[in-house]
Design a protein around this ligand. Structure first.
Ligand code: NAD
Length: 291
């Protein structure tokens, strides 16, 4: 079998176009504004910030980078996040990760007003995911569902296996799919350590992988004809060229050989996740009564 690629680009473009349409006629100064808080100088965090700024520009939303020095204390950061939460001009707040080691990033995310939590990581928003709400659900979990919808995949009664149980991807994705009546299994390091990963993944009609280990999922893990959603984003150095490239958690050639539908890395889940952040920013403004 030769699988088809389920590209994220067209899905992301459609989401962005919907936002452009939604905001048409709204003066620039009244459009949603994202405040991105960067503490220190981490290249990964700065890279995300650039992408978010570009995304906001593309759909005509406002963006402000709040850059704080490396030595910012948790107390200072709490103050800034509270100020932004109270600022009526700000519709969404994101704390760029990773933060410096002396700061507890997760604790700081809990300071953000849940109605402005466009990352969907505040316990209130994660709690709402339990109740089936996607208003401000984590962007990647929403992106996975959006890709499945794009491919018109019927999740009802489907065997779904998710590898990875993080709070931002594995767990919320599992909860949202349970709401669609998928039979959902979540695997993690414990599954692998007990040698049970392949037993579970080979039963999956839909296999979603969010681990962060390049090439973890090989041909023998994939049921013939399965749909494979590869969330993993890993930097891998090519031994021949010495160049670094981005690869997923799934061996792409293997998945293309045996599955029916595969998301590419890059160009799959990641681009839809970025668009979902913009969608969440609009949703946040609406929930605050600003749109
Ligand atoms: P995480 O790093 O918080 O957790 C990793 C998960 O993988 C845990 O559940 C752990 O138990 C499991 N795991 C680790 N080794 C394993 C193994 N050998 N077998 C089975 N399970 C194993 O996870 P995360 O933050 O969701 O990130 C996972 C990957 O997804 C990373 O590559 C990250 O960069 C990527 N990611 C991509 C996007 C995107 O938009 N494309 C968004 C978020 C995360």
């Amino acid at each position: 079998m030769s699988a088809q690629l389920l590209e994220g680009g067209p899905v992301a473009d459609r989401i962005k176009q919907n936002i452009i349409d939604r905001l048409s006629g709204i003066p620039e100064g009244k459009r949603p504004k994202l405040a991105a808080v960067l503490v220190g100088d981490n290249p990964g965090a700065k890279f995300y910030a650039k992408g978010q700024e570009k995304g906001c520009q593309e759909v005509g939303m406002r963006y402000e980078l709040v850059a704080l020095p490396e030595e910012t204390t948790e107390g200072d950061l709490v103050g800034r996040l509270n100020d932004l939460s109270r600022d009526d001009d700000v519709s969404g707040i994101i704390l760029l990760m990773p933060v410096p080691e002396h700061i507890d990033g997760q604790a700081m995310q809990r300071i953000i007003d849940p109605l402005k939590d466009v990352d969907g990581v505040h316990p209130v928003n994660l709690g709402r995911v339990v109740q089936g709400s996607t208003d401000l659900a984590p962007c990647t979990a929403q992106a996975v569902l959006e890709l499945l919808d794009e491919a018109k995949v019927d999740c009802y009664g489907a065997e779904v296996v998710i590898v990875g149980h993080s709070e931002i991807v594995g767990k919320p994705t599992a909860l949202l799919l349970l709401d669609r009546f998928a039979t959902t299994t979540v695997c993690h390091i414990g599954t692998s350590d007990k040698g049970m990963l392949e037993k579970h993944t080979t039963g999956a009609d839909i296999l979603i992988v969010a681990v962060g280990v390049a090439g973890l999922i090989k041909q023998q893990h994939i049921k013939p004809g399965a749909i494979v959603i590869d969330v993993g984003t890993n930097r891998k150095k090519d031994p021949e060229t010495g160049k670094t490239r981005i690869v997923g958690d799934v061996v792409a050639e293997d998945a293309l050989e045996v599955a029916s539908l595969v998301t590419p890395v890059p160009g799959g889940v990641g681009v839809v996740t970025s668009a979902m952040l913009l969608k969440n920013l609009v949703a946040a403004a609406e929930l605050q009564g600003k749109l």
